[in-house]
Design a protein around this ligand. Structure first.
Ligand code: DGJ
Length: 728
């Protein structure tokens, strides 16, 4: 039973395979308290964990100290302005101008499935859901707290629905999605920070008193911080120690915060960033807060990683490509930038097809009169001066060469130099009286407006219908500013950031509904919108504009900490690398890109002959291992980020009969012969043959003593080791 209710003690218990989460309804006023989250335990009256027997006691016993009770009570959803001075989850502006909110339990329901979160991406599939129906009687605000339990993956998801049951409008000024209060022990916190070309770098540091948070007010989940937060012990490693995590299924502004209180308890909160958020809720209207994914693992970060990978593969990625090999693509961005035409693309496609590559993707610059980044976004009409003979001709010719065809679009944007802007300047976000802020020469379309969404959809879908286009790269190359909509009244301008994200979701939903066979890859100036929300629409996301193999080790380590390898867009590009100027062996660039969707981002007619010759072998390697890489269990063995010398990770099949180890020796090492690397995740009873050798070793030996890896000559050498169980 995933959800049980002990009626006499008023305790709810949510169980996954290895974890329990307990909630209690407390005191005559029916406060909703957080009792426990951690390793699986039996059902029992654990309400003592909430310390309601200590001073100041519950209000029915000692209302003199109501404020102290409120400020210490571990709650499931923190109210605002009524005595709890820690971070609140919800606040309002009522008709009378007040901001306070406090919710208490009314009733509950246990559902056999996952309720759909209207207009939002959210997990699906087999699970049970507890709905706690709560109320703020003074405001007439109904608040549903939703908890869905995914037993097998040890995941609990949370979200919140708020309904206005009063006769007046209520303005929601903050609605977070999840809150957990617990004793702090000696936790550290872990987040993923970054920048353009440096996304999702793992950062871990001690927790201190007060508030520490990461967030985005950039209108997207962002390069800079990631909607993910973990708290863990200093001794937690890949293979041991507690780790808790929250991950936000949302692609816009967010907050992820841990507050350590005066009594050393912590409150972890996650939700839409309250800055610039104000949602008008008319009587009987409902606001739904996006989903948060909760994870707890008792045995280290590796288990958290594998649980999240399984969860996203099974319960978030809907695409028909979720569990299939993706075509090996070649993208012309780093090959040509804006300087291309039909002839050039066909020459790349021709050579690519000879080498075994399976799809050509035409990137930015095929429409309007766009020859650099200063024009034409919004004018989604093929530039026949470049694409001579038209798009259909190009696609047909590419198809004749045996390649599929994919296209790049950036539907959310508008260039000031465009026909669209001439006709509809008010379709761009702008604040009257202010000079709108350009970024990469472009403005952002007001996707809160239906007519704007319809225009964008008609243009893009028209292009897709005009030729045999099997893949779309949906890009978004600037962050949001000047949040003013010409269509919204003054008291709804605070809804704009969220309405924009809902608009993006609606557009992508329409696209994949009309074109269910389309392979969609999301992208945002590299990996600025790599989040679980986008995974609901696209099975893969471009990870970073930094394609250097060494830089990618860190970026892909941080990304793979929480996302399955099947979702990580990774390509081989030329050297010196266009972002960092580094030279790395072609072989290593290929080996690193194998831990993702795999493809090329170069002019295959121009790279050295010896590199070209390696491509057929790399494509073969991709096909040989992709089922394993895409569906297997990922183990992080060593991190170049930590040891400054080498990187190593492996993927093990679910039946443990096959494994692929990737080793990259980033720095050449003087006077060493070999290094012994302890593997993980194998079956200790099985014997494994190391492909290409006569060597057979027990899983027990490989995990306890290790795999001997020869020292490699030079920098950034790499090796793949393929292990298969004897008798497989
Ligand atoms: C940013 C993307 O990340 C690149 O791959 C490329 O598509 C450019 N945009 C095109 O403008």
């Amino acid at each position: 039973m995933a959800i049980t209710f002990d009626e006499s003690n008023k305790i709810f218990k949510l169980d996954t395979a290895h974890t329990s989460y307990m909630i209690a309804v407390v005191d005559e006023e029916q406060f909703v308290g957080h009792v426990y989250y951690g390793a699986k335990i039996r059902m029992q009256d654990a309400s003592c964990l909430m310390r309601t027997f200590e001073n100041p006691l519950v209000p029915s016993v000692n209302n003199r100290e109501r404020c102290s009770f409120m400020d210490t009570f571990p709650t499931e959803y923190a109210g605002h302005g009524i005595g709890d001075y820690r971070e609140s989850c919800i606040s309002v502006r009522s008709k009378a101008g007040h901001s306070a909110v406090g919710i208490t339990y009314r009733s509950h329901r246990i559902l056999e499935q996952k309720p759909v979160l209207e207009g939002l991406p959210s997990s699906f599939g087999e699970c049970r859901t507890l709905v706690l129906d709560c109320m703020d009687a003074a405001l007439g605000l109904e608040v549903e707290l939703l908890y869905s339990v995914f037993e097998e993956e040890d995941i609990i998801t949370r979200s919140v629905r708020v309904k206005n049951k009063s006769a007046d409008d209520i303005y929601l000024t903050k609605v977070y999605s999840a809150c957990i209060d617990m004793d702090s022990e000696d936790y550290e916190w872990l987040t993923l920070h970054g920048s353009w070309a440096r996304e999702r770098q793992i950062e871990r540091r001690p927790l201190s008193h007060g508030k520490q948070s990461v967030g985005s007010i950039r209108g997207e989940s962002s390069h800079q911080e990631h909607p993910f937060i973990a708290w863990l012990h200093p001794y937690t490693t890949q293979t041991q120690g507690d780790v808790y995590a929250m991950h936000f299924v949302y692609s816009g502004n967010f907050t992820a915060q841990i507050e350590k209180s005066q009594f050393d308890s912590i409150r972890v909160t996650m939700g839409i960033n309250a800055e610039d958020f104000c949602w008008k809720l008319e009587p009987e209207e409902v606001f739904t807060a996006p989903e948060v994914v909760l994870s707890y693992a008792a045995d280290g970060l590796g288990t958290m990683t594998r649980n999240l990978h399984d969860f996203y593969r099974k319960h978030m990625i809907r695409s028909k490509y979720a569990h299939t090999k993706r075509p090996v693509l070649i993208n012309n961005w780093e090959a040509t930038y804006f300087d291309f035409n039909t002839e050039k693309l066909l020459s790349i496609a021709k050579r690519a097809s000879e080498l075994g590559i399976e799809m050509l993707v035409m990137d930015d610059g095929w429409f309007g009169h766009r020859n650099d980044d200063s024009t034409s976004l919004g004018d989604w009409v093929v530039n026949e001066e470049k694409i001579t003979g038209g798009l259909k001709h190009l696609v047909d010719e590419v198809n004749k060469l045996g390649l599929k065809f994919g296209i790049w679009v950036e539907p959310e944007m508008i260039s000031p130099d465009s026909r669209l802007y001439e006709e509809h300047p008010d379709w761009a976000f702008a604040i009257p009286g202010r000079i709108p802020t350009l970024s990469r020469n472009q403005y952002v379309l007001d996707l809160s407006r239906k007519e704007v969404r319809d225009y964008v959809y008609d243009m893009i879908s028209g292009i897709l219908r005009s030729a045999n286009i099997e893949y779309v790269k949906w890009d978004m190359n600037r962050q949001l500013t000047d949040m003013g909509s010409a269509a919204l009244p003054a008291d709804r301008q605070g809804e704009l950031y969220h309405r924009y994200v809902l608009g993006v979701y609606e557009l992508q939903e329409r696209l994949i509904s009309e074109f269910p066979d389309l392979l969609l890859e999301n992208c945002s100036g590299g990996g600025a919108r790599f989040d679980p929300g986008m995974l609901y629409y696209s099975p893969q996301i471009w990870c970073s504009d930094d394609t250097d193999a060494v830089e990618r080790l860190g970026i892909q380590e941080g990304t793979a900490l929480i996302y399955p390898l099947s979702a990580i867009g990774a390509h081989v590009s030329v050297c010196p690398n266009h972002t960092v100027g580094r030279n790395t062996p072609f072989e290593t660039r290929g080996n690193v890109a194998l831990a993702g969707t795999f493809g090329y981002e170069l002019d295959v007619t121009k790279i050295p002959e010896e590199d070209q010759k390696m491509i057929p072998e790399q494509v073969k390697t991709y096909h040989k291992y992709n089922d394993l890489v895409r569906e297997g269990d990922y183990y992080r063995i060593a991190s170049y980020r930590e040891n400054h010398e080498y990187d190593c990770y492996m993927v093990v099949s679910k039946d443990k009969k096959e494994a692929l180890v990737t080793y990259v020796q980033v720095k050449g090492r003087a006077n060493y012969k070999s290094r012994c690397i302890r593997l993980q995740g194998l079956d200790k009873e099985l014997d494994y043959r190391l492909e290409g050798t006569e060597q057979v070793c027990g899983g027990d030996l490989l995990m306890n003593a290790g795999l001997m890896v020869e020292n490699l000559w030079g920098d950034a050498g790499s090796r793949l080791f393929h292990l298969t169980a004897e008798g497989k």
